[in-house]
Design a protein around this ligand. Structure first.
Ligand SMILES: [Fe+2]
Length: 201
């Protein structure tokens, strides 16, 4: 590991133009369509990005990537024998609004085997990356779903200290659910402090 010092130019310079992130980027049920709708259960994933004082953080670039409903990534290194979905890429991004809120429409990701040990299956999860004011201020984590029986068996989830694991699990939310369309999940991301969301990097 080589530490990269942050100079003034790294932490003050613009990283991306807001014009380059469009509303469609946050809709994973649309941004990979070729000849129809992606298969699987539509879900809404929303939440706030917060500082340690509970202050919402606007203008934070939130990126997500995930497997499709069958548990397969669109990536050449993913050789899991599950079908690719021609209408689902599994990547999206958005920028938090003035209240620190992000919102994605997507398909619930499937569990997938990862070969770490016999019957090693990753729980359903969505990868998150957050950028602060520069490329040097990136944080990466994973969001899990409540009630998943694989959580108790997953070495990656269990690598997080027991007292903070719950911070990685989204809450089912009937408020975020849209009638006749999709179930909603809420996942707040806290960047610092006692209730900070555990991060990978
Ligand atoms: Fe994954």
């Amino acid at each position: 590991m080589i530490p990269l010092p942050q100079s003034l130019s790294e932490i003050t310079g613009p990283v991306y133009g807001h014009d380059s992130v469009t509303g469609d980027d946050a809709d994973l049920t649309r941004n990979g369509r070729r000849n129809g709708e992606p298969l699987g259960e539509r879900i809404i994933v929303t939440g706030r990005v917060l500082g340690d004082d509970g202050r919402p953080l606007p203008d934070t670039l939130v990126e997500v990537w995930q497997a499709n409903a069958g548990g397969r990534y669109v990536h050449k290194s993913d050789q899991h024998d599950a079908p690719l979905d021609p209408n689902f890429l599994g990547g999206g991004r958005c920028v938090t609004d003035a209240n620190g809120v992000y919102r994605f429409l997507t398909i619930k990701p499937g569990a997938y085997p990862w070969g770490n040990h016999t019957n090693a299956w990753r729980p359903n999860h969505i990868h998150f990356s957050l950028f602060g004011p520069s490329l040097m201020t990136r944080l990466v984590t994973q969001m899990y779903f409540p009630g998943d029986p694989l959580l108790a068996l997953d070495p990656i989830f269990l690598a997080t200290p027991a007292e903070t694991r719950h911070l990685l699990i989204a809450d089912f939310s009937i408020d975020a659910t849209e009638s006749g369309y999709a179930l909603g999940y809420k996942f707040d991301i806290v960047l610092r402090g006692r209730n900070a969301t555990p991060m990978e990097a």
